[in-house]
Design a binder for this molecule. Structure first.
Ligand code: SF4
Length: 309
């Protein structure tokens, strides 16, 4: 099966226009052959998605953002993974649904969107009704969001950078802040805020948007501006997940503060502003020393040490 959008690929803001069907690689580093690194229940997402039976994650290899500090660097930067045909992807997704996961969670889906769209079409035709999640970097083309929204119930975008210079340094596009904000406006316009909101995970989310922000060591100013712009654009009802779990990965070598973990003082500064701005629906994290949710995709059976076997 050939998917036309891969021919002159403009699926993401990089607009590489390469012919992925001929094996050419753009910024995301992936051809038109779908590759995945892990398909299985995952218990490391927020309780709204994990619930009691896990989120049905499908991790795709490659990424259009290419942040050097990526916590999933093995698959996003080093492209570890295995190829799957559309038929295999469908069969493995059906097997995942047999495990009674609460949702299907497509992680870094943009550069394999034609495959995912086709998969979702088949699943919906078969009567699958679980919520579909678009779990992404925030670096989406705003004009593509409406098409995603036809198939997805939930958007789970990052909002990583408010500072153009930091975005340029980390992922090579100073336009990330404005691009991500425009895409986020579309997501909220089309799906609203995440609902139901239940931090216990008893009632898992069915539709809407939750924004994630990973606080980076030495970059508190970036996080504070992220919060201010989200508050200004969307008000205090926007559901947020403010994450502290940053862990240095090999790409951080030689990059000053990125070589250490976040401190409690830094995280507290960010949480103080969360409170001051009056955000009403917020997930936070304990500052962790362990690496429970730093994945190791070399263990394809269970890359997440914190997952139940
Ligand atoms: S999906 Fe990949 S090849 Fe296509 S425009 Fe984005 S980075 Fe380039």
């Amino acid at each position: 099966m050939t998917f036309a959008p891969y021919k002159t690929c403009q699926l993401c803001p990089r607009d590489c226009k390469v012919d992925r069907t001929q094996g050419e690689l753009g910024f995301c580093g992936e051809s038109a052959t779908c590759r995945v690194s892990f398909i299985g229940p995952h218990f490391g997402e927020e309780p709204s998605f994990t619930g009691t039976r896990g989120s049905g994650t499908i991790f795709f290899s490659g990424c259009s953002s290419q942040c050097f500090f990526c916590q999933n660097y093995q698959i996003s930067l080093r492209h570890e993974g295995r190829t799957v045909t559309p038929q295999e992807l469908l069969a493995e997704t059906r097997a995942l649904l047999q495990k009674k996961v609460h949702n299907l969670n497509f992680v870094t889906p943009d550069h394999f969107w034609p495959h995912i769209q086709s998969l979702c079409r088949s699943l919906r035709e078969e009567g699958v009704r679980v919520p579909m999640l678009f779990n992404c970097s925030g670096y989406q083309k705003p004009e593509r969001v409406a098409e995603y929204a036809e198939w997805m119930d939930i958007f789970l975008p990052d909002f990583k950078f408010s500072e153009p210079g930091l975005a340029q340094m980390c992922m090579g596009d100073e336009h990330y802040p404005e691009t991500a904000l425009r895409a986020l406006h579309e997501m909220v316009r089309l799906k609203g805020f995440l609902e139901p909101w239940d931090v216990t995970g008893s009632e898992t989310a069915q539709r809407g948007v939750l924004v994630r922000h990973l606080v980076l060591p030495g970059q508190v100013g970036n996080s504070l501006e992220v919060l201010r712009s989200l508050r200004r654009e969307f008000g205090p009802g926007l559901p947020l997940s403010v994450m502290s779990q940053f862990c240095p990965v090999p790409g951080c070598e030689g990059k000053k503060e990125f070589q250490r973990r976040l401190t409690a003082v830094e995280y507290d500064q960010v949480l103080e502003l969360v409170e001051e701005l009056g955000f009403e629906k917020v997930y936070t994290q304990e500052l962790q020393e362990d690496k429970a949710f730093l994945p190791d995709f070399k263990d394809p059976g269970n890359p997440f040490p914190g997952n139940k076997k």
